[in-house]
Design a protein around this ligand. Structure first.
Ligand code: THU
Length: 132
């Protein structure tokens, strides 16, 4: 599956977000090495702080389904923003827990352009272990 196809998978759930407070829909599609695609959307909460981002919804669903560190191939993040929609810093930290530093993260904008970044470009000098 190429980056355009994975982004299409992410966009396919962009109408399923629960984002009444921000009116800012975000969707993600996570490609596993076995070819499976797991999607996620942002799910907001009236407390604001209990909100879960699209990327973490997808990653946590993959873990729930038995996938492990090393099983992940790429992630696409979709939104209808003018510029490329960047993952929030909490999501970058969660990505660093499970994804290789070289893993591709595909970003898009409302024009449909796709930018590819390695996770290590989004989160250099990541905190990944306690034994330092
Ligand atoms: N959001 C995501 O789902 N992913 C990101 O990486 C950026 C932010 C969501 C959280 C919240 O529901 C809305 O976008 C506004 O911050």
């Amino acid at each position: 599956m190429n980056k355009e196809q994975l982004m299409t998978e992410a966009r396919s759930v962009l109408t399923n977000t629960y984002s009444p407070y921000s009116q800012f829909p975000v969707a993600a599609a996570l490609l596993l090495k076995d070819g499976t695609v797991i999607k996620g959307v942002n799910v907001e909460n009236v407390s604001f702080g209990a909100t879960n981002c699209a990327e973490r919804t997808a990653i946590f669903t993959a873990i729930t389904n038995g996938y492990k560190k090393g099983d992940f191939e790429a992630i696409a993040v979709a939104g209808d923003t003018d510029d490329f929609l960047p993952p929030c810093s909490i999501c970058r930290q969660v990505m660093a827990e499970f994804f290789e530093p070289s893993m591709p993260v595909y970003l898009t904008n409302k024009a449909g352009d796709i930018k590819e970044l390695a996770l290590k470009q989004l989160l250099p000098f990541a905190f990944t272990e306690l034994d330092m």
